[in-house]
Design a binder for this molecule. Structure first.
Ligand code: TYD
Length: 143
């Protein structure tokens, strides 16, 4: 598994049990494979316009892990200094995205289903939805 060049971000590989006949089972346990306590899950599916860009925000405190459990997606992750492009296309391989990382999702396929697990409940106040404000936040901290 390759290591990523930006802080607060790494690949996760979940165990995969099974075979071609019976199918496969992957498991992610809170505070073990998933490096935080899971308080919320959500999923993204039935993407009609494959050229759409989702995400386009950073979080101040939230930690998340993303798994593309069907199809594919590319994450563009930016820590204010460096950028990484990570394609997810295997159900047991995921991406941990910690706080203060701008992330875009692109490169969907018709059948893409993305499962996200998050360390806290939804809170719009934790979002930074403007890239310039994100860069500012990274340099100066919250005003
Ligand atoms: P948004 O963050 O814009 O989606 P994405 O980053 O994948 O493009 O979320 C879409 C809408 O859903 C937005 O109005 C906020 C709402 N939402 C919730 O109400 N609860 C949640 O847990 C999430 C993730 C989003």
């Amino acid at each position: 598994m390759r290591s990523l060049n930006i802080r607060n971000c790494r690949l996760i590989e979940l165990p995969k049990i099974g075979d071609d006949k019976r199918g496969f089972l992957s498991i992610g346990e809170s505070r073990k494979d998933i490096p935080f306590e899971i308080k919320r899950i959500y999923y993204i599916y039935k993407i009609g316009d494959l050229s759409v860009v989702r995400g386009q925000h950073a979080h101040k405190k939230l930690e998340q892990a993303f798994f593309c459990i069907h199809g594919k997606v590319t994450f563009l992750v930016d820590d204010g200094e460096r950028r990484e492009e990570i394609e997810l296309k295997e159900p047991n391989k995921g991406l941990y995205i910690g706080p203060k990382l701008w992330h875009n999702m692109i490169g969907f396929s018709k059948d893409t289903v993305i499962l996200a697990v998050a360390s806290d409940y939804y809170n719009e106040g934790d979002y930074i939805r403007d890239y310039d404000k994100f860069v500012d936040y990274m340099h100066k901290g919250e005003k």
